[in-house]
Every structure is written in structure tokens, then in C-alpha cells.
Design a protein around this ligand. Structure first.
Ligand code: XMP
Length: 531
């Protein structure tokens, strides 16, 4: 099965694999949080990897993780075609923690009586802990937890012992009576379960007895050595956007192969204010790279004309990007490899495995199709890393803080922040408003405290009054979020004075805007970008 092969390649081919035998695996049943679980485990300096839910128990035995976590998922265990795991994994003697859907599968597989009641629960709950050992060691008798499920277990047989409950969920946590197998109905990985980190630590370091051996410095050295070996004396092309990810990719490649690296910046006309000149400055100052800048604004805007559907925008941007990139890359002699800043979350949120159980949320244009079409061999040194790990790696590589801490910017750029149809005029309004948002956040000393702050141009006109005249102009939404992982996020509690300054500056300085709103939605259920 091709997808299984993909999983197997991931297991043997990544530098991370060589670094540590202390590994936890997460089997992904399609949860939007599967990667977040892995990230939480890595915060404990334990390497954690996501594998397909249906991996063979025999393969798992070869990988020999110290523990297995079964993620949540959108399905119901009794649904036709619901993703299942190989029940043989429970026979391996490896500790297992089932979360939400993973817990129900665990119960089902081990003969615990599971009656699913259709009691949907979404949001915060108080959880009473009956046993403060193992999973709950060092935790108080009541903890705040985050519930997000359709079904829940209403009774279990003697096989399992109940460990915790909430007002509506009698089996919020259970433990197998004979094996090191646990289940929890709530989500310990999200920040809304404040002591969830401690619970995962209890599982990973206590029950699974993992040693904290996962270090980014070691990862960098292993990756550099691997790139040198793979590249030999050939040339690597790296697409630069000026964002953190591509900068870190360029930095690690520069460390590995120096002058054999050529960088290409495609100015798609969707960049932020002054971004092109800043990238040129950074990548000829910090790195003396062979930098090729392609001015492709006309091409991109022509392709986007009349298009308002977000996924279609992404698709067209992806295609135009490939064309422009290819045209420039073919001018570079001896180019053999293409380096990309694909991250771990890009892979899951793209629904990279179309047969997998995860729902596709957004189609990220930097994943899928690109290498085949270009005919280059692909190098993705950050594919195993989360955003915060990429930043830390950037610092390890000697990148300046100003670059490493730059707020992320999506590949499709302002196109996904200019809602609806895109025009040059709208982009110009958005660009100016965005520059004010960022400048004011910086002036207030809050740039590092917020994770991503930007302006969005809404496809809405509203009535206003300026001077004595009636206006019928655009509305700008300010979006500022705080997050560690970009998979969940909360809106930033910006001071009113700051919001007032941004609003008044945008309305006064940006022609065509007469209203400014502040987006107070968290992710989930909203996403960070509006499209
Ligand atoms: P969302 O909007 O999905 O964003 O909550 C999570 C993070 O991903 C970035 N993002 C993208 N990055 N191509 C990218 O390279 C995309 O199409 C894309 N869409 C969102 C977003 O800016 C945030 O940091």
C-alpha cells in the first residue's frame, strides 16, 4: 500500500530517527490535534513521531517506541469505515495512552464494554480525579480539562478501572487492570487543559520511562551532515520568502554547502510592504547567497483576476509559483535539488494523505506536486519540526533574533487576507493598513509577545462620515493571535489604547478605509488566517 510505504520511508530516512532511541509514537486517527500531542511530547525533550493509524503491530515492534499514543479523531468507533488500529499493538507490552477516539478504540479492542451515548460535549469541564498516581501523579484532585467529542463511554467492564470523571462524563479517564494501557476522554494536549502537560509528562517520563534525549542542536548537526552527504558537489535551489521557515532552510543549507546554494525570491505581488527590499538586504548581508529576484506581480494578479474562492486562489498561486520558479530555476546551471521549508503542521493540515482520516482544513500551496513538476530532487530539512522548534533551530544556526522572531507569513501572502476578489488597489489598501498594524505592535513592544499580527481587508463596504461628507468605504479587520504552535491560538488581549491608535491611523492614513474591527475569535473554531 503506497501510504504505508510513505510511513516506512519517514521512519528510516530522517536524521531525527538516528538521534534517539527514546521515542514515543502517535497514531493519527484524523485528529486536528495529533501533531500537537507530538509537539507536547517533544517539549519534554523526547522525540515523538506521528504514524498512520493502521500501521502493523509488527512494524511498531521493529520501531520499538517506548510508548504509543492513540490520537482523537472525527469518526465514531461504530461508524462504517471508522479508522481502526491493529489490535496487536496492545499485545506488545508497550504502554498505550488512548485520547478521546483513541480511548474508545482501546476499550473496544480490549473487550471493555463500550456503549456510546450521543452526548456531544465541546468546551471546558471540571474533572474529578479518583486516583492521583500514574497518569495523575502530582495533580490536584480536580483539574480543568477540555472536552471535544461526539461519543463517550458510558460503561466499562471489569477490564478497566475508572480513574476520573466530569459532571457529564463518568469515564473521563480509565486504566487497564493488568496492562500499562490508559484512556482519557479529554484533550491533555491543548492549552485549555492547563495541567495536560503534566499528565503527558507522567505518561512519557513516568509510565514509559523515556529519557530526555531529543535536542535541536544535535538535530542540526545530523541534518547538516546528511545534506552534505546527499548533495555532494551538486547545486541546491532554495525558494526564499523572507519568512522564518525559508530563512532557516537557507541558513542550514548555507552551513552545509555554502556556495552550492542558489536562492530564488518570487515577488508575487502579494508580499507585505517593503518585503522584497528587506529580503534582498537580509540575504545579501547575513548570507552572501546567490540570490535571484523575480518580479512576477503581473503574472500572479492576472491569474487571480475574478477569483474569490480561497482554495482556488491557493491553487492558482501554487501553479503560478511553479511556473515562475521553474523558469528561473532552469536558468541556474547544475541545479539538482530543491529545498523547501515544509513543516510538520503543513503536512497534517494539508490533508497530505488524501486517504487518511483527517479533514482537510486548508490547502497549503507549499505542499504537494511541486517537486514532481519541477523535476528536482527535494530537500525538506524542517519537515519533522514544529514552528517553535524551527525558531530555536534558527537561533542555533546563528540567525539574528529579528529574523527568527519574525511573525510567520503564509505562502499565498496577502491573497488570503484580501477576502474575495483580488485587485491591485485592494492589495495596496491592505498593505498600508497591515504595515500600520505591525508598526504599532512593534512600537508598543508587543511584537514578541504576539505570535502573528496583521490586517485583513474585508469584502464589505460600510457608511461613514469624514469631514462633512458621507463615505462608503472598506472595512479592515485587525487579527492578532497568541499561540505556541499555530494549531490552536487565542486572540491577543491588546490594550485598548493600542487598538485605538491603530484604528485612527488606519482610517486617517489609508485612503479607502472608514472602519476598523478587531477579530476576537480563537482557533479552533476559527483559523488564524481568514481564508
Ligand atoms: P491557519 O489560518 O490555518 O494558519 O490557522 C496557521 C498558520 O499557517 C499559516 N498559513 C499558511 N502558510 N500557506 C502557508 O505557507 C498557506 O496556504 C497558509 N495558510 C495559513 C498561517 O499564516 C498561520 O501561521
Amino acid at each position: 500500500m503506497p501510504d504505508q510505504e510513505k510511513t516506512d520511508v519517514a521512519v528510516v530516512d530522517h536524521p531525527a530517527e538516528e538521534l534517539t532511541e527514546q521515542r514515543i509514537v502517535v497514531l493519527d486517527f484524523g485528529s486536528q490535534y495529533a501533531q500537537l500531542i507530538a509537539r507536547r511530547v517533544r517539549e519534554l525533550n523526547v522525540y515523538c513521531q506521528i504514524l498512520r493509524h493502521d500501521i502493523d503491530a509488527a512494524r511498531l515492534a521493529e520501531i520499538a517506541p517506548k510508548g504509543i499514543i492513540l490520537s482523537g479523531g472525527p469518526a465514531s468507533v461504530y461508524e462504517e469505515g471508522a479508522p481502526k488500529c491493529d489490535p496487536g499493538l496492545f499485545e506488545l507490552g508497550i504502554p498505550v495512552l488512548g485520547i478521546c477516539y483513541g480511548m474508545q478504540l482501546t476499550c473496544e479492542a480490549l473487550g471493555g464494554k463500550v456503549d456510546n451515548t450521543p452526548s456531544r460535549e465541546y468546551g471546558p469541564a471540571k474533572c474529578q480525579i479518583g486516583s492521583t498516581e500514574d497518569l495523575f501523579a502530582g495533580l490536584p484532585e480536580e483539574i480543568d480539562v477540555w472536552m471535544s467529542h461526539g461519543d463517550q463511554i458510558s460503561s466499562v467492564s471489569d477490564t478497566f478501572e475508572p480513574l476520573a470523571q466530569t459532571g457529564t462524563c463518568p469515564y473521563a479517564a480509565i486504566r487497564h487492570r493488568e496492562r500499562p494501557v490508559f484512556g482519557i476522554q479529554f484533550h491533555p494536549e491543548v492549552t485549555h487543559t492547563p495541567l495536560g502537560g503534566k499528565l503527558l509528562e507522567n505518561f512519557v517520563c513516568g509510565i514509559c520511562q523515556c529519557e530526555p534525549t531529543w535536542r535541536l542542536g544535535d538535530f542540526a548537526e545530523a541534518t547538516i551532515a546528511r545534506i552534505r552527504q546527499q548533495v555532494g558537489n551538486r547545486r541546491v535551489i532554495c525558494g526564499l520568502s523572507g519568512g522564518v521557515d525559508s530563512s532557516v532552510v537557507a541558513a542550514i543549507l548555507y552551513r552545509a554547502i555554502g556556495k552550492q546554494l542558489s536562492c530564488i525570491l518570487i515577488d508575487n505581488g502579494l508580499l507585505r510592504k517593503d518585503e522584497q527590499s528587506m529580503v534582498i538586504h537580509e540575504f545579501t548581508e547575513h548570507f552572501k547567497t546567490d540570490l535571484h529576484v523575480v518580479d512576477a506581480e503581473d503574472r500572479f494578479l492576472a491569474d487571480l483576476a475574478g477569483i474569490s474562492e480561497p482554495q482556488e486562489k491557493r491553487r492558482r498561486i501554487g501553479h503560478a509559483f511553479i511556473d515562475c520558479f521553474k523558469a528561473e530555476a532552469t536558468k541556474i546551471e547544475d541545479a539538482h535539488f530543491l529545498a523547501q521549508g515544509t513543516l510538520y503542521p503543513d503536512v497534517i493540515e494539508s490533508g497530505a494523505d488524501p486517504d487518511g482520516p483527517a479533514a482537510t482544513i486548508k490547502l497549503h500551496h507549499n505542499v504537494g506536486g511541486l517537486p514532481d513538476e519541477l523535476g528536482f530532487e527535494l530537500i525538506e530539512p524542517l519537515r519533522d519540526l514544529f514552528k517553535d522548534e524551527v525558531r530555536r533551530l534558527g537561533l542555533e544556526l546563528g540567525l539574528p533574533e529579528s529574523l527568527v522572531w519574525r511573525h510567520p507569513f503564509p505562502g499565498p501572502g496577502l491573497a488570503v487576507r484580501c477576502l474575495g476578489e483580488i485587485t491591485r488597489d485592494k492589495l495596496s489598501v491592505l498593505r498600508e493598513a497591515d504595515a500600520i498594524v505591525v508598526e504599532e505592535i512593534q512600537n508598543a513592544g508587543l511584537y514578541r509577545e504576539t505570535s502573528q499580527s496583521f490586517a485583513v481587508l474585508l469584502p464589505v463596504q460600510s457608511v461613514g462620515v469624514m469631514g462633512d461628507a458621507r463615505t462608503y468605504d472598506n472595512a479592515i479587520a485587525i487579527r492578532s493571535v497568541n499561540t505556541n504552535d499555530f494549531m490552536t491560538a487565542d486572540w491577543s488581549r491588546l490594550p485598548y489604547d493600542l487598538l485605538a491608535r491603530m484604528s485612527s491611523r488606519i482610517i486617517n492614513e489609508v485612503k479607502g478605509v472608514n472602519r476598523v474591527c478587531y477579530d476576537i475569535s480563537s482557533k479552533p473554531p476559527a483559523t488564524i488566517e481568514w481564508e
